[in-house]
Design a protein around this ligand. Structure first.
Ligand code: TXA
Ligand code: MG
Length: 553
């Protein structure tokens, strides 16, 4: 279909011509058509909000999930009673102060609003956009415009009419160009059916401004963290991986200086970088998009989506983004970045140190790990995490089953013995298994580790085979003379010397661990307590060395 493009960037020119264009847009809406409309936040994809068929077309064109309701756009609070019921006085207080502007209020709906618009909810979102062109179109059409952001579902929102053309051109009746969006992030969504009101989506109107006027508001969990399976956000739209460019995104929070350094450390030449102006010079090798000065969140909000969108036409393989703090517009900017990253977030301020601890049975790994805990560190048992994923992830099971058919029982239990036989002494088979394990275990462990602050030890027998060593600041081999190991296992597991020797010999020898690891912690002591104390001193020194290195980049 032919999309009509109207340029209304300059509304001071030919009055008659402008009025004609606005009338034409209003006519399309009244007749059930779709119009891309400018607002101060992001571009919207508008239709008559009371026309079910027209609203259904929005969902089709965007590819939007059916359970995600639309916002009604009106010209002021006088429209509220038409579409909303049980309107609390605070709605008018907020409208007086912040409308027209980037605030969407969720209120009980009137039966006049069709199910298509509200996705079957008994509430409806309403906002008055602060853009002269769209306000004129609504007034002229005499109806509320239902409009989601004009991007196709899952892509970053559109902040220019060209973006809209790129995403939905040829599939809508008209796109009205009102210039680049002044705010750049979507409206703040506030649920007023609750007391206190609840923030469902941070946006162009900072929470602090709202609280200054009406007092404390609650914040929906989905604003700050990725929800667990089955958990439902207040705003259905918050559960989708929105705003996402094609390449995976990692968000780095913390003081700008620290986050810039952290990105510099991690980013290879094929990475794309979103950073504050001051740090662009660090990334001369990479594709860089500057967000604006680190102190100017208005500019950052304006540029955010364009930066995210622009990487799709480049060859970057991953994207790193500096993130402002949560104050003011920072909450919305950070939320959009984190959603684009599926909440893959690294805090550059944290003094995290990750140690990989490995070694054969009986060498003293447990005592060494206890020393890490004595130092206030946490220990992550990688084998436990592996089994947890194994019991919870169907995808993981399927991947193993595909390569090793028959290792699962009918009830879906892993037959460890059978799998062991499959890979025992077969190098290529073991490698296949390790590759699958790595693919699933690594992202989970990365998340656990990145949430940790301070010292953290990975307890992993297959530290290198699994590739987990790549997460570590240092890898440590816990070693001990063979005779001592045999004696220890005999005592610990109450087994014969012969069997103990068999077990020790079946494993990789100290020489292997020594050659692979960055450092060695040798346990020639007869007393586990003594070794734990030695280990404490060893780790204490190691941590100091690593901290020193980190300080000097
Ligand atoms: O700034 C904006 O709000 C832009 C411009 C075009 O106005 N619009 C926008 O719409 O961002 P959309 O559809 O992309 O996002 C609307 C958000 C979604 O997360 C949706 O789930 C939520 O608001 N929402 C809408 N109606 C709701 C309701 N009745 N209850 C809870 N959440 C609602
Ligand atoms: Mg949207």
């Amino acid at each position: 279909m032919q999309t009509i493009y109207y340029d209304l960037r300059d509304t001071k020119g030919q009055q008659k011509e402008i009025e004609d264009k606005i009338s034409a847009a209003a006519k399309i809406l009244r007749e059930g058509g779709l119009v891309g409309i400018p607002t101060e936040t992001v571009y919207g994809l508008g239709a008559d909000g009371t026309n079910s068929a027209a609203v259904r077309r929005i969902f089709e064109v965007k590819g939007r999930p059916q359970d995600n309701p639309l916002i009604l756009h009106v010209t002021g609070a006088q429209w509220l009673p038409r579409y909303c019921a049980d309107i609390p006085p605070v709605a008018y207080t907020l409208a007086r102060k912040f409308w027209p502007g980037p605030l969407t209020m969720i209120l009980k709906r009137q039966p006049t609003v069709p199910n298509e618009t509200t996705a079957g909810l008994d509430t409806v979102g309403v906002r008055c956009p602060n853009h002269p062109v769209t306000l004129a179109i609504i007034r002229e059409a005499g109806l509320a415009i239902a409009a989601p952001s004009a991007n196709t579902s899952g892509r970053p929102s559109c902040t220019t009419a060209q973006d809209v053309m790129e995403d939905v051109g040829g599939r809508v009746d008209m796109i009205v160009d009102g210039g680049p969006c002044a705010v750049g992030v979507e409206s703040t969504v506030l649920d007023l059916t609750r007391e206190p009101p609840r923030l469902l989506r941070p946006g162009g109107l900072p929470v602090e401004d709202i609280e200054r006027l009406i007092g404390h508001i609650d914040v929906d969990r989905a604003v700050n963290v990725s929800l667990q399976a089955g958990e439902r956000p207040g705003a259905p739209g918050m559960k989708y991986r929105h705003y996402a460019p094609k390449a995976p995104v990692t968000v780095v929070t913390g003081a700008p200086m620290n986050s810039a350094r952290e990105i510099e450390r991690r980013a290879g030449p094929t990475a794309g970088i979103i950073c504050f102006d001051e740090y662009a010079h660090l990334f001369s090798q990479q594709e860089v998009r500057v967000l604006g000065p680190s102190s100017d969140k208005f500019v950052q909000a304006q540029r955010l989506f364009e930066a995210l969108r622009s990487f799709d036409s480049t060859g970057v393989e991953e994207i790193f983004a500096q993130c402002p703090d949560n104050r003011g517009l920072g909450l919305a900017i950070g939320n959009r970045l984190k959603k684009a990253a599926a909440f893959h977030v690294i805090n550059a301020d944290s003094q995290r140190i990750i140690l990989g601890v490995t070694g054969g049975t009986g060498a003293g790994k447990s005592s060494a790990l206890r020393a890490v805990q004595d130092l206030g560190g946490i220990v992550i048992d990688c084998d436990r995490v592996y089994h947890k994923i194994l019991s919870e992830s169907e995808e993981f099971k399927n991947a193993i089953n595909e390569k090793f058919p028959g290792v699962f029982t009918a009830e879906g239990q892993l037959n460890r013995k059978k799998l062991g036989q499959e890979v025992f002494a077969k190098r290529d088979r073991l490698e296949q298994l390790n590759a699958i394990v790595y693919r699933f275990l690594l992202p989970t462990l990365e998340r656990i580790v990145e949430a940790a602050d301070g010292l953290c030890a990975l307890d992993a027998i297959n530290l290198f085979e699994s590739g987990l060593d790549r997460l570590c600041d240092r890898t440590i081999a816990v070693t001990a003379p063979t005779e001592l190991r045999v004696k220890r296992i005999m005592a610990r597991d109450h087994i014969t010397e012969q069997y103990a020797r068999l077990r020790v010999n079946a494993q990789k020898q100290d020489e292997y661990y020594r050659s692979k690891c960055d450092c060695e912690l040798n346990n020639a002591s007869d007393s586990p307590e003594e070794f734990r104390r030695d280990s404490y001193l060893f780790f204490e020194r190691l941590v100091e060395t690593i901290q020193e290195e980190k300080r000097h980049g």
